[in-house]
Design a protein around this ligand. Sequence first.
Ligand SMILES: CC(C)(COP(=O)(O)OP(=O)(O)OC[C@H]1O[C@@H](n2cnc3c(N)ncnc32)[C@H](O)[C@@H]1OP(=O)(O)O)[C@@H](O)C(=O)NCCC(=O)NCCS
Length: 194
Amino acid sequence: MNQSPRNERVDVAVARSIAEIMEAFAIRTLVYMGEQNCPYDEEYDGNDFAAATHLIARVGREPVGVMRLRWFADFCKVERVAVRREHRGGEVAQAMIEAACEIAGRKGYRTILGHIQSHLLPFWRRYGGVSVRSGRPRFFFSDHEYVEVVRTLAPHANALTLDTPAMVLLRPEGAWDEPGVLDRSNERLAPALL
Ligand SMILES: CC(C)(COP(=O)(O)OP(=O)(O)OC[C@H]1O[C@@H](n2cnc3c(N)ncnc32)[C@H](O)[C@@H]1OP(=O)(O)O)[C@@H](O)C(=O)NCCC(=O)NCCS
């Protein structure tokens, strides 16, 4: 939990339903298509449902920020970070960065990769704790210049592994510490089996 520029509580959650995906897409449409004139099919690039996790930052019920995480074998890639203009000032973005690091670390990842717009490097250094990958060229797409940055995570004390209890691995992404719907399904079992 963080405080927004207007001193409001910011909560970050994983999108788990079509309705929540729509919240994420609404923000991306406002920010990337609306502010940055990104063409529709470049913003919605075919990777939204390919091993992707969408984080939504909310103030109350209102979605104010979004971030997409894509999972590769050895690293997590942070993408499509956007905060609605009226909620900018650092706290929303920072809350999403912290949530992304927590989820990636919990999943056992140690490396986060970002392709960031070059002019935002000071922002990413300050709020994202990233460093530029040496020996990697800058590159261009969708009218912007990009640079590769990485953040190395310390090993998570409670990282999920093959030996994590089955019922924990079955819980919804990012909510591994609370009983989930499948835990509750066991209430249907005969008491003798529990
Ligand atoms: C990038 C973004 C998520 C940062 O969220 P935020 O921290 O709440 O937003 P802010 O506007 O307060 O920006 C934070 C810092 O980045 C800088 N910044 C933001 N946009 C910038 C731009 N286009 N060019 C240069 N600097 C920029 C701000 O000046 C600010 O620096 P400061 O702390 O020294 O004042 C938000 O500005 C955004 O949604 N931008 C549009 C989408 C985008 O470009 N995403 C990043 C793709 S790599």
